[in-house]
Design a protein around this ligand. Structure first.
Ligand code: 13P
Length: 247
């Protein structure tokens, strides 16, 4: 049975707060096709506004990160429970930008994953990917997966998403070859399905996906959706990307 494809807009820290209301309003006017799950991940400051502006039946909400623990004296952190109660369904964890600029390790991502999975209804999107093209992606992916998923168990009905985002393809315009995507996704899916039920896992691709190249991924059976950065800031492009994945 094929799964509903998930297309996630990761706005990163690219939208000034004053512009968020307008962008959210433009997203709220889009009609997303049936058969895909479209998700918007604004920054934390815009999350409550997003929950008010968007119809959460048409479009799901996500956060770009979460704390590794749910409550306590952790200055500056954001509780997974609060993320859920604000209306979010998804949480991106371990994005390569957080690994690179904030020093996030696989061990920290593992703690965040545990904290997110402890909140009923919250779905983690764990990002993995090699830094340099062709430099032993298999070993990098296996190490990241083993670190992030150490001792993780899923309850019946719980879901998890992994996003394969090769760092060399993020924000660079470098388009990945079909064979490279297939190889990485098969590896990730194989790894996950040895530990979890195939019905509970989905693997997305991210890295310089745009309205022109999104259709390249639509017929790859091991690509369950996309994680989109730059092109998700333009509502029409994001809609085109969503539509392309159904072709
Ligand atoms: P771009 O689509 O801008 O390459 O970003 C990808 C990404 O990092 C999404 O999380």
């Amino acid at each position: 049975m094929s799964k509903t494809k998930i297309i996630i807009a990761n706005w990163k820290m690219k939208v000034p707060h004053q512009g968020a209301a307008n962008l959210l309003r433009r997203f709220s006017h889009l009609s997303f096709p049936a058969g895909i799950e479209a998700v918007v991940c604004p920054d934390f400051l815009a999350l409550p506004l997003a929950a008010k502006t968007l119809s959460l039946r048409k479009l799901k909400l996500g956060a770009q990160d979460a704390a590794f623990i749910d409550r306590g004296a952790y200055t500056g952190e954001i509780s997974p429970t609060d993320i859920k109660s604000l209306g979010a369904t998804y949480v991106i964890l371990g994005h390569s930008e957080r690994r690179q600029y904030l020093g996030e390790t696989d061990a920290l991502i593992n703690k965040k994953l545990q904290a997110v999975l402890a909140v009923p209804g919250l779905i983690p999107v764990v990002c993995v990917g090699e830094k340099a093209r062709g430099k032993n992606p298999k070993a990098v992916l296996q190490k990241q997966l083993a670190g992030a998923f150490k001792d993780i168990r899923l309850k019946p009905g719980q879901r998890l998403v992994v996003a394969y985002e090769p760092v060399w393809a993020i924000g660079t315009g470098r388009v990945i070859k079909r064979s490279e995507v297939v190889l990485a996704h098969l590896l990730i899916l194989g790894w996950l399905t040895k530990r979890f039920s195939p019905t509970q896992c989905q693997v997305l691709y991210g890295g310089s996906v745009d309205a022109k190249n999104a259709a390249n991924f639509s017929d790859i059976s091991v690509v369950d959706g996309l994680l989109v950065g730059g092109a998700s800031l333009e509502p029409k492009s994001f809609l085109t990307i969503c539509r392309s994945m159904l072709k």
